[in-house]
Design a protein around this ligand. Structure first.
Ligand code: CUA
Length: 346
């Protein structure tokens, strides 16, 4: 039974499970009848030698029967299956809409009803996964920021991709939709029980396909509203800091000196002077794609901290100038491709 498909936690997933079981038992009965007659015939005639099979051509009665019976069975299966399929595709009248974008190898969630968007990245250290694998132990792949949805509400997902084809899959919701570049697929769910639900990218998308977990937290509507307010405030703070930073003009040499001072004062304890962090404990800054390429996310993490990790919020400790300086410094000091002229952080 653990190999059977999951029953899931939504009305649709229960319907899918019921369909699966109904069709499974129909197949079992057909299989039992067909193989039963075949083995009965083999055993019954095992000693017969030189016996001629019955010779006849066309039997209207048998032909009508073997056409009619499968037609009835197929229609019998198609009616409930089509009903469920139509219900699954009906994304109208949603309470919440989330744009889900897959990219190698992370998910990006954008709430279209709110000013909320963020990346959801693998947070379980690779060394820990390798250790558990080596010992044959089970393990869960955690993400830094799960998708958060309200319970009892219809949540619509718009799926797309930035690069190759991914697939957003949460078995408990019976939602598995391809995320195709240049195309939007739709799906929806309504979860009644608060909880943590897990899934995984289900379309082979490159070397880290196995490290694109999906984690969804379903919260009671009131808790969800609290989370929405927190996220909106967090993102507004990061955006405001970014706007002010862009409006500032600073000398490159001054940025690098101040940035180094800030790094030595605050960041070095965890991320180390080398920028390599402590493997499995604190992530490397050297060569980090987020540090090098994703300015807003970098500002966000420094200003607001990173929930669920040791990274605390520095929004109050650092002046905007120091923030600009440390971003410029880390981006330039820990780019593995240095050797080129030092570039200011935009
Ligand atoms: Cu993304 Cu597999």
């Amino acid at each position: 039974m653990p190999l059977n498909m999951t029953r899931g936690v939504t009305e649709i997933s229960q319907q899918v499970y019921q369909l699966h079981m109904t069709i499974f038992w129909i197949c079992c009965v057909i299989g039992a009848v067909v193989f039963g007659i075949m083995f009965w015939s083999i055993i019954r005639h095992r000693k017969a030698r030189g016996v001629q099979p019955a010779q006849f051509h066309e039997s209207t009665k048998v032909e009508i029967l073997w056409t009619a019976i499968p037609v009835v069975i197929l229609i019998g299966m198609a009616i409930p299956a089509t009903k469920t399929l139509i219900a699954m595709e009906d994304t109208s009248a949603a309470d919440v809409t989330v744009l889900v974008t897959g990219s190698q190898w992370k998910w990006h969630y954008k709430y279209l009803d709110h000013e909320i968007e963020y990346f959801s990245l693998l947070a379980t250290p690779r060394e820990q996964i390798a250790n558990k694998l080596a010992k044959g132990e089970n393990y869960l792949l955690e993400v830094d920021r799960p998708l958060v949805i309200p319970t009892g509400k219809k949540v619509r997902f718009l799926m797309t991709s930035d690069d190759v084809i991914h697939s957003w899959w949460v078995p408990a919701f019976a939602v598995k939709k391809d995320a195709n570049p240049g195309f939007i697929n739709e799906a929806w769910t309504r979860v009644d029980e608060p909880g943590i639900y897990r899934g995984q990218c289900a379309e082979l998308c490159g070397k880290d396909h196995g490290f694109m977990p999906v984690v969804v937290i379903a919260k009671e509507p009131a808790d969800y509203q609290v989370w929405v307010a927190q996220e909106e405030a967090r993102i507004a703070a990061a955006k405001a800091a970014e706007r002010e930073l862009l409006a500032m003009s600073m000398d490159m040499a001054e940025l690098m000196t101040t940035g180094e001072r800030v790094y030595q004062g605050w960041c070095v304890a965890c991320h180390q002077a080398s920028g390599n962090g402590l493997p499995g404990i604190f992530p490397a800054i050297r060569g980090s794609q987020l540090v090098l390429n994703d300015r807003r996310a970098h500002i966000d993490i420094i200003v607001n901290g990173k929930p669920g990790t040791a990274m605390q919020a520095f929004g109050r400790q650092l002046s905007l100038k120091e923030l600009a300086a440390v971003i410029t410094y880390t981006r330039n000091a820990f780019d593995n491709n240095t050797g080129d002229a030092v570039q200011a952080a935009d």
